[in-house]
Every structure is written in structure tokens, then in C-alpha cells.
Design a protein around this ligand. Structure first.
Ligand SMILES: NC(=O)c1ccc[n+]([C@@H]2O[C@H](COP(=O)([O-])OP(=O)(O)OC[C@H]3O[C@@H](n4cnc5c(N)ncnc54)[C@H](OP(=O)(O)O)[C@@H]3O)[C@@H](O)[C@H]2O)c1
Length: 323
């Protein structure tokens, strides 16, 4: 691929096409010098081929599945199981749950779904901030492993921040679990920029694999600071509520539906393709409906065009305006 420096105008146009703010795009370019961001056709591509690389080199699907409400009667349980199995078969192999989702019912549900195919799945669970004192983290982890019917987690997250003075103790516990083979990696959730900076200052804090935070066309707040900072650290962000969440669903949005019609996919797939556009974000939509899961999986195979990105930026301006 021939390379040359971009003019300021070209750089701005690329930011707009990817729907990224200038700081986010600068960070992205800094860590991704060698990967082509645009196909020759002008279509915007996920430069990492719809996979995302964690800091330890592990590659995961850019599109996973959330399980917050699953196994708790929102849909018939067999339907929900089929939904998640369908997602796995379509490449949505990262599954996100937590010890506190439905008081353990979500983990039990996930455990049933992945029984017999544990190795195909990248399993994420979480420990609560009020469980970290004493031996709370290893105990919570053991309880999660039992409910999930497995002997290791691929990724274990601290669900929400604790006071900074507790960071080193939490990291030390995570590292002990990693050394014992109970977890393969660890990360955090709902951390702001200051907390991320403080985390990286404690011993082994730089082993943090990801920060799971809200991110969607409806909620672009992380573009102001957390997203460009994580990108500079080569640490992917895991986007929760990527469809806007239950109370702010994007799936009936007319702009998204129009773009979807042009690509032969749903509005939901467009919303998700936008979230995972950079190759540095993993999205974890939740669905207990096989039909919805199939729609969501289409986000792995569509390429939004620069025109699509401009339309979306105008409809859903980020913290720096319609970029
Ligand atoms: N770390 C944290 O603090 C945190 C906070 C919130 C969430 N999370 C994680 O992120 C996951 C996803 O977040 P979320 O559940 O808040 O929001 P979301 O994934 O943005 O939205 C879920 C909602 O979208 C619906 N849906 C999914 N696909 C659809 C489609 N193609 N068409 C129409 N509706 C569709 C689902 O209903 P159906 O089931 O009927 O499809 C459900 O009501 C959670 O499961 C959880 O794992 C983490």
C-alpha cells in the first residue's frame, strides 16, 4: 500500500467518515499505522477484520452478546438459549455476564448454553465493587465459575470503580487469579479517564485488558476522553448498551433504517456496525430473540460508507459536534 501524509482537510474528512472526533482519530492512527482504514471502493472497513486484539495478543470477535436479563423469564428460556446459540454460530462468540445479573441466574443460563462448547466462547464475568475486600474477589470468582460450569474465565471485570486507594489490592487479587489459571485476563468497567490513569500507575495495572463502558450513537460521551486514551494505550473498549439499552433503543430509528435498507440489513445492524467501526471497540448487544440476534450478527458483514457515516454524524452528533 502506498503511503503519504494526509492534508489537514483529508484528515478531517477521514474523521468525519469514521464518525470519530479528531482526538479519537489521532489516537487511532497513532496505533494503527500499518492497517488500511479505507477500502479502495471508499467503503469504510473495520481495519481488524471484525476482530479486536486485546493487549495480551488474544483476538476476539468485535461483536459479542450481553446476558444481563437472560435466564430470567423475559422470553421463554428455550427461545433465549436458541438466541445465544444462534449468535455463537454466527460469530458472536464473546459472552458477557456478571455474578450479580439476576442474582446468578444469568451465569447459570450462560453455563447451560455453553456446556459442550466452552472452547468456542470467550467468557466474560464481573465482580462487584462491594465484594473486593479480604478474599472477596477469589470467592466471587469461584462462585461464578460454579454457576457457569467452567474452571476458567477468559476475562474478569471489576463491575464499577472502587476508591483509588483500593486499586493495587484489586489488581493483586486479579493477578493471583490469573496466575492460578482461574482467569486469563482482567479488566474494569465504568471507569472514567482519571480512574484509568490511576489504575495504570499501580503495580501490574497496565495488564488491564479493557474498560467496559456505555457507547452507542445515543451515548458518545467516551469519545471526549476515555476512548482516545484507551486507543492510545492499545486497550480496546467494550461497549455496553450499544443499541441504546432498554429505555433508549435505536432500533426503530428512521435514519438507521434507511441506511440499513441500502445495505439489506436492519437498523440494529447499522447501529452496531457504527460502534465497532474502528477495530478498537467490542460491542455486546443483548437479545433473547433468535431473529434479533441474526439481525445483530449482520453488523459483522456490512461496511458503512463515508456517506453513511456523515449521515449518522449529522443525526447523532458526538461531544465535538457532527464529526
Ligand atoms: N458493565 C455495566 O455496567 C453494564 C451495564 C449495562 C449493560 N451491560 C452489558 O451490556 C449488555 C447489553 O446492554 P443492554 O442490555 O443495556 O442494552 P442493548 O444491548 O443496547 O439493548 C438490549 C435491548 O435491545 C433489544 N434488541 C436487541 N437486538 C434487537 C434487534 N435486532 N431489534 C430490536 N430489539 C433488539 C433487546 O430485546 P430482545 O431481547 O427482545 O431482543 C433488549 O431489549 C448487557 O446484557 C450486559 O451484558 C453492562
Amino acid at each position: 500500500m502506498s503511503r503519504r501524509l494526509l492534508s489537514r482537510r483529508e484528515f478531517g474528512a477521514r474523521c468525519a467518515a469514521l464518525g470519530l472526533s479528531l482526538p479519537a482519530m489521532s489516537a487511532l492512527l497513532a496505533v494503527q499505522e500499518s492497517a488500511p482504514a479505507f477500502a479502495a471502493t471508499g467503503a469504510v472497513t473495520n481495519t481488524a477484520g471484525h476482530t479486536v486484539r486485546l493487549p495480551d495478543g488474544t483476538t476476539v470477535s468485535a461483536l459479542g452478546q450481553g446476558a444481563w436479563h437472560l435466564g430470567q423469564g423475559r422470553h421463554p428460556v428455550a427461545v433465549e438459549e436458541e438466541a445465544v446459540r444462534t449468535g455463537i454460530s454466527l460469530g458472536m462468540t464473546l459472552i458477557d455476564t456478571s455474578g450479580n445479573y439476576g442474582n446468578g441466574l444469568s451465569e447459570q443460563f450462560v453455563g447451560r448454553v455453553i456446556a459442550g462448547e466452552r472452547d468456542r466462547v470467550f467468557l466474560v464475568s464481573k465482580v462487584e465493587s462491594d465484594e473486593v475486600s479480604g478474599d472477596g474477589i477469589p470467592r466471587a470468582c469461584e462462585a461464578s465459575l460454579t454457576r457457569l460450569g467452567t474452571d476458567y474465565l477468559d476475562l474478569y471485570l471489576l463491575h464499577s470503580p472502587v476508591p483509588t486507594r483500593q486499586f493495587s489490592g484489586v489488581v493483586a487479587r486479579f493477578e493471583q487469579l490469573r496466575a492460578a489459571g482461574k482467569i486469563r485476563a482482567w479488566g474494569v468497567s465504568n471507569f472514567n479517564l482519571r480512574q484509568m490513569e490511576d489504575l495504570l500507575r499501580v503495580p501490574d495495572g497496565s495488564r488491564c485488558a479493557t474498560n467496559q463502558v456505555p457507547y452507542s450513537l445515543h451515548n458518545r460521551r467516551i469519545e471526549r476522553d476515555v476512548l482516545p486514551w484507551c486507543t492510545r494505550q492499545n486497550m480496546p473498549v467494550m461497549a455496553y448498551s450499544p443499541l441504546g439499552g432498554d429505555h433508549d433503543l435505536l432500533v426503530r430509528d428512521r435514519t438507521l433504517a434507511q441506511i440499513g435498507a441500502a445495505h439489506g440489513c436492519s437498523a440494529a445492524a447499522v447501529a452496531l456496525a457504527w460502534v465497532i467501526r474502528s477495530g478498537h471497540v467490542i460491542a455486546i448487544p443483548e437479545s433473547g430473540s433468535p431473529a434479533h440476534t441474526k439481525e445483530n450478527a449482520e453488523a459483522l458483514s456490512i461496511a458503512l460508507t463515508p456517506g453513511d457515516m456523515q449521515t449518522l454524524a449529522a443525526a447523532y452528533p458526538g461531544p465535538f459536534g457532527a464529526t
